[in-house]
Design a protein around this ligand. Sequence first.
Ligand SMILES: Nc1nc2c(ncn2[C@@H]2O[C@H](COP(=O)(O)OP(=O)(O)O)[C@@H](O)[C@H]2O)c(=O)[nH]1
Ligand SMILES: [Mg+2]
Ligand SMILES: [Zn+2]
Length: 310
Amino acid sequence: MEATVVKNAGSHYLLSHLPQWAPFPAVLRGKVRLERSGATNPVAVGDRVRYEIPDQVGNDDKAVITEVLPRSNYIIRRSTNLSRQSHVIAANLDRAILVVTLYFPEIKLPFLDRLLVTCEVYGVHPVIVLNKLDLYRDLAPEQVGAFCDIYRGAGYTVLECSALTGEGIDGLRALCSSGTSLLSGESGVGKSSIIKALDPTLDPKVGLISEAHLQGKHTTSLYEMYPLQGGGFIVDTPGLRGFGLVDLEKEEISKYFPEMLRVADRCRFIPCTHTHEPGCAVKQALEDGSISPERYNSYLGMLEEDKKFR
Ligand SMILES: Nc1nc2c(ncn2[C@@H]2O[C@H](COP(=O)(O)OP(=O)(O)O)[C@@H](O)[C@H]2O)c(=O)[nH]1
Ligand SMILES: [Mg+2]
Ligand SMILES: [Zn+2]
């Protein structure tokens, strides 16, 4: 029998035969644990698994996961920058919804750009959601316009919304109505509020989970999938500061900036780091305004960081 993992609580799991929503408990057979020792968790939310219901008494009739089926994609988080340990947040995702706010909390573009690069690396389609428009659209319309220009210009979808007023929520609901969406973004941007706005029957805790609380080992218990009334499934990642980046060679990083990838084959030198090389098409695009200075700065920051950790 096959099912999908809808909750990962340490060594206990809930499975459901998606798209049918009827979760039942499951445990992991020791053998599966060993085979997947690369990550701290061998099974993640969204994983398709094979399971058996054992006939012997004393197992509380829990299903036993015997095999994890191949993933179409997944998103990981590195425990710390220097640690080699990784934690799979979720697997088999149709998209990642990256929630940001221009203010309250104030956005850090390099942080968003890092999330976008991670999505590109792992083959998860990112969608940017600009939330809390009610707080600052009238006060800072130029900033809202500039933000949308940068990211739409780079080729991303940007949805403008407010979980408070409901503006833009219908569009987001339509987007999420098929497949599985991962909701990510800094603590306080309104992820839990957005889930509630998408489906008022759901009740993820709004504004309650402290960041410090989530740094330890117990983060596993907090990845959970919710069925949306309008169709589709959503995975909340409470308090997560983001997901970790893989090791990329410095010539590789720009491949995950779609607007750079589009022009890079016209650089005179290949590979090109798009920094000091003459005849660089990326720097030319930067000069004529088709690549934004903000995105290019994030790229330079990632090159620098790459040096630091090597
Ligand atoms: N004004 C306004 N406040 C919001 C909006 N969305 C969320 N909030 C508030 O922002 C705070 C953090 O929201 P929460 O959903 O817990 O964020 P999370 O940490 O990303 O899950 C709460 O006080 C929410 O009421 C919005 O669209 N507009
Ligand atoms: Mg939350
Ligand atoms: Zn170049």
